[in-house]
Design a binder for this molecule. Structure first.
Ligand SMILES: C[S@@+](CC[C@H](N)C(=O)[O-])C[C@H]1O[C@@H](n2cnc3c(N)ncnc32)[C@H](O)[C@@H]1O
Length: 248
């Protein structure tokens, strides 16, 4: 992320979350998965750590919070200290592809809006090796809600996430790589608002600040296009939590 232009960080620094989500959705995933109190979790691509904090509050014994971007982890360290959760949460600045079972032990792999960075199948194949048989995973990822996406949305995600699939395809894929599905659900529109509303406030101010800066405007326009696309085509895609148990 450090090669990105400075305006990118003006948009994203200090946000509570970096993908569609809420504490309520994290909590729902925890209970639908049947995660027991005392699990040892790893939160892959944790960003500023909203899910890590929630897992610790829900009863995880430990959370290894992994992200490549140190400033996100610094935020998480401050928030976990503020909430008295710093003994439970351990930040690790690392590529999530490099985490192995030796970094655990882990009973639970958690990841909200980040698995696409490894590729959905590739990530879940890799993460299966982090937990024992019967071990758990909760992974949220963008999916198409239609087999015929509107052309504008299709073009946007064709660039941003070319391997985006329907939930049905993802459910078939996880079965072939050794996970069984305990449950899955579509996160609500409140989760998108929780992500986009604070960004929109910043965009409004930054469009003024950078009105003469073509490079910054390109970044701002790309964010605005994403948010406007959600308004126009949000019924055609969503974020689904896949709640999995290692089966083989
Ligand atoms: C869309 S954000 C989601 C962050 C967080 N889970 C949330 O919901 O707020 C994806 C995160 O993955 C991180 N990331 C991307 N590739 C990564 C990698 N290979 N290893 C570790 N973190 C990675 C990014 O730095 C970013 O924080």
């Amino acid at each position: 992320m450090d090669a990105l232009p400075p305006v990118f960080f003006e948009i994203h620094s200090g946000l509570v979350r970096e993908s569609p989500g809420t504490d309520e959705a994290t909590t729902e995933a925890w209970y639908r998965l049947g995660a027991p109190t005392g699990v040892r979790a790893v939160d892959m691509g944790c960003g500023p750590g909203a899910a890590s904090l929630r897992l610790a509050e829900l009863g995880a014994a430990s959370v290894l919070s992994v992200d490549l971007h140190q400033p996100f982890l610094d935020q998480l360290v401050r928030r976990s200290a503020d909430r008295g959760l710093d003994a439970t949460i351990t930040p690790r600045c690392a590529d999530m592809a490099t985490i192995t079972a030796a970094d655990g032990p882990f009973d639970l792999v958690w990841s909200e809006g980040a698995v696409y960075n490894l590729g959905f199948e590739s990530g879940l194949r890799r993460w299966r090796g982090l937990v024992p048989l019967g071990g758990l995973a909760a992974v949220s990822d963008l999916v198409w809600l239609t087999d015929a996406p509107p052309p504008e949305a299709g073009a946007f995600f064709g660039e941003e996430y070319p391997d985006m699939q329907t939930a049905r395809v993802r459910l078939d894929q996880v079965a072939t790589i050794g996970w069984s599905v305990r449950d899955h659900f579509l996160v609500g529109e409140d989760a998108w608002n929780a992500y986009y509303d604070p960004i929109q406030v910043r965009l409004n101010a930054l469009f003024e600040k950078y009105s003469d800066d073509a490079e910054a405007l390109a970044v701002l326009n790309a964010h605005q296009q994403e948010i406007d696309g959600r308004t126009r085509h949000g019924s055609s895609y969503g974020s689904v939590f896949f709640l999995l148990e290692r089966a083989t």
